[in-house]
Design a protein around this ligand. Structure first.
Ligand code: GUN
Length: 295
């Protein structure tokens, strides 16, 4: 058996087109152009690539964007002052501080300084709390992207056992909360497996849907999977590969060759969850600009 590929690139392009139309309507009817501020501290190459792709999406959809690239030694005080400046700027509707931040900066303090109405990453405690309660909120982009990928691929988690591998605030915990909600497109039975488990295989084997968000290349293998399950690979890992021009290549958290022989459907890396994250960021920014959640 060979798994069907879930085409995140195509689904993300559909969502981006919907967002572009929403942006046009917002400008036509209310004269508002959505504005997104990116803040990047230090020189982590992956973060620069991510912010670059997000900036390009803004251009494509006709959003305003500003990118502040700050040196690694920027003080927490200066970073908080910048966040407050964006909080007060009426042309900015979304603020994204790229994570991880340098060690001397308290990440949580930065997140809590962002106005929750501009928190397009959905990481502020107000948004996290509302997500857990099942209330409308700005929700984290990658988990939202995973939910959209499932629903737009005709995969219904209702009553199915979903095993999420990884418990991060950015992916594992929020996607668990989305899947748990008693509503169409969710209502799953959810297990989280994490580094506290001696072996993740016994948990993964029970899953109808596996969501791998670990950050380690090839951790989930075909041998761990129940035949016919659906696999969503959230990992973006750069590994050495002497056969490529750059000497590296991007792989997910799932060992693709062995998993595709056992699963019924699988997201590729790249071209699966990654483009969905960007599409949902644009959607969150549009919603923030519309004031459709918090007014
Ligand atoms: N680093 C990796 N993914 C993300 C994300 O979705 N948002 C932010 N702010 N930082 C990240």
């Amino acid at each position: 058996m060979s798994a069907t590929l879930i085409d995140g690139k195509k689904i993300a392009a559909e969502i981006q087109e919907e967002v572009r139309q929403g942006r046009e309507r917002l400008e036509r009817e209310r004269g508002i152009v959505p504005g997104l501020a990116f803040v990047l501290v230090g020189d982590d190459p992956a973060s620069h690539v991510y912010v670059g792709s997000k900036g390009k999406a803004c251009e494509r959809l006709g959003f305003r964007s500003v990118t502040e690239r700050l040196p690694a030694e920027t003080s927490e005080r200066d970073l908080l002052a910048l966040v407050r400046r964006f909080n007060a700027d009426p042309a900015i509707h979304g603020i994204l501080v790229q994570l991880p931040l340098p060690k001397h900066i308290n990440e949580q303090r930065v997140i809590e300084t962002i106005d929750y109405r501009k928190d397009v990453d959905g990481l502020h405690p107000v948004n996290v709390g509302r997500l857990v309660l099942g209330l409308d909120c700005l929700a984290p982009c990658t988990p939202r992207g995973i939910m959209e990928l499932l629903s737009r691929s005709g995969i219904d988690p209702n009553g199915r056992h979903v095993v999420v591998v990884g418990r991060s605030n950015l992916v594992g915990k929020p996607v668990m909360n989305m899947l748990l909600q008693k509503r169409p497109g969710a209502n799953a039975i959810v297990t989280i497996a994490h580094t506290g488990a001696k072996d993740i295989a016994p948990y993964v084997r029970e899953a109808d849907i596996v969501i791998a968000a670990i950050g380690k290349p090839g951790m989930v293998t075909g041998a761990m999977l129940k035949p016919g399950c659906v696999v969503i690979d959230v990992g973006i890992n750069r590994i050495p590969d002497s056969s490529t021009k750059t000497g590296t290549r991007i792989v997910g958290d799932v060992d693709f060759p062995s998993a595709s022989a056992v699963a019924s459907a699988l997201t590729p890396v790249p071209g699966g969850v990654g483009p969905m994250t960007i599409a949902m960021l644009m959607k969150n920014t549009l919603r923030a600009a519309e004031g459709s959640i918090y007014g």
